[in-house]
Design a protein around this ligand. Structure first.
Ligand SMILES: *Cc1c(COP(=O)(O)O)cnc(C)c1O
Length: 428
């Protein structure tokens, strides 16, 4: 079936034809694609074409699509009933694995999406501090809850709305309690704490930013933010919805020597299902209902099928850590693309961190914050994206996202990506 036909049907029954805005290709133009199946590093489309996938469901599919351990675990779990609304041994086993993976986590609460994990973290921070303000960075995306859709990244960024509130329908009174500072700018954070410190409940940050493209933290930035927060009696929330288990088995915060009070996880830890988590030390986490006064709940939370997938993924990541190979592949892609783009005179340069990368349509690296990221030539990125798509490689359909590799991306796929990029640069 053609994508045009599917998109036409979709648009008549789903707003914009998609269930998440970035899928509509508004940032790159053209007709969005529809996927019928995936296996390993590839996805097969409704029109029969097969592409190498560098979206990997926004990083969730770290083992690649339809990994056998996962599909078997999922079938087994589904055969035993798909939801009970009652505790299951599986959710205990998953929570034990997460807690064991980081000294920062005494307790985790399982939820259904990264958005929910962050909502809960913010409510907890406000509940335990008795304060209301939240400090966040421009270009960081923390899900689509009201309080955090203020100067957010990801799909919101490409919507091109320069207004402070990133969506209609958000009451000013809620947006007012969210303060926004540039990422990687400790002096700006210091000023915010000087002015508002006693009223700030938490500063929330993507440690390695992934929703304005791949933007790593400057040396000392995150530790500095943590020191400022703690000196002011505010909490540090590390939103590791992308970062957790993406760069190593465990949290980025641990590797970076950070001491966040709360950590949110999603994407990888969901095993390809709607499952995410918020975690932290017992004194803070136990403020959650039913032991504490901060309310949070979910009909499908700790869903047995999702939990089975998550456990299968974590156990595979632990038994056979793919991180070194994934990182080597990203280094190879980044170096080869940069060299080829320069040789072809195309102003696209890849910025990377560990197992994620972004081809920014600019030669002005490093990109350190949203202002830098927005210097990218989005029209050039769109042409690059379509050039790659025509040559069998699916990169992110927006100039302000990160691309992902999975454990299933082998040398063969990496070389195909590089060949496609060389041909695309030549055509540009
Ligand atoms: C994806 C993402 C979220 C939102 O997660 P959903 O599962 O899409 O709700 C929150 N924070 C960060 C850093 C993310 O990348």
């Amino acid at each position: 079936m053609t994508h045009e036909k599917l998109f036409e049907r979709a648009r008549s029954v789903i707003p914009g034809g998609v269930n998440s805005p970035v899928r509509a290709f508004n940032a790159v133009g053209g007709t969005p694609i529809f996927v019928t199946s995936g296996k390993g590093a590839t996805i097969t489309l409704a029109d029969g074409r097969t592409l190498i996938d560098c979206c990997c469901s926004w990083g969730a599919m770290i083992l690649g699509h339809a990994a056998e351990q996962v599909t078997e675990a999922v079938s087994r779990a589904a055969g035993g009933g798909t939801t009970f609304g009652i505790g299951t041994p599986g959710e205990v086993a998953l929570a034990e694995r997460l807690v064991a993976a980081s000294p920062l986590l005494d307790r985790v609460r399982l939820v259904n999406s990264g958005t929910e994990a962050v909502m809960t973290a913010v409510r907890l921070a406000r509940g335990v501090t008795g304060r209301e303000l939240i400090l966040k960075c421009e270009g960081c995306y923390h899900g689509h809850s009201d309080a955090l859709l203020v100067s957010a990244g990801s799909g919101v960024l490409t919507a091109g709305d320069g207004a402070e509130v990133a969506s209609a329908g958000i009451p000013q009174i809620i947006a007012r309690d969210t303060l926004v500072i540039p990422y990687n700018d400790l002096a700006a954070a210091q000023r915010a704490f000087e002015v508002h410190g006693a009223r700030i409940a938490a500063v929330i940050i993507e440690p390695v930013a992934g929703n304005m493209g791949c933007v790593p933290p400057k040396e000392g930035y995150l530790k500095g933010l943590e020191t400022l927060a703690h000196a002011a009696g505010a909490l540090l929330i590390c939103d590791e919805v992308i970062n957790a288990f993406r760069f190593r088995y465990g949290l980025y915060s641990d590797a970076a020597g950070l001491q966040p009070d709360l950590v949110t996880m999603g994407k990888v830890i969901g095993g390809g299902f709607p499952l995410a988590a918020v975690g932290g030390k017992a004194d803070i986490m136990d403020a959650l209902a039913p032991c504490g006064k901060v309310y949070q709940a979910g009909t499908l939370s700790g869903n047995p099928v999702a939990v089975a997938a998550a456990i299968a993924v974590l156990d595979e990541l632990k038994a056979h850590p793919p991180y070194a190979q994934m990182e080597a592949n990203v280094v190879r892609i980044a170096d080869a693309l940069n060299e080829a783009a320069e040789a072809a005179g195309v102003p696209i340069r890849v910025q990377r961190h560990a197992t994620i990368f972004t081809p920014f349509a600019t030669t002005a690296l490093p990109v350190c914050n949203l202002t830098d990221a927005q210097k990218a030539d989005t029209a050039l990125y769109a042409r690059f994206f379509h050039g790659m798509l025509a040559r069998g490689v699916y990169f992110e359909p927006s100039a302000f996202e990160v691309n992902f590799v999975s454990a299933a991306h082998r040398t063969e796929e990496v070389e195909t990506i590089i060949a496609a990029a060389k041909a695309t640069f030549a055509a540009l």
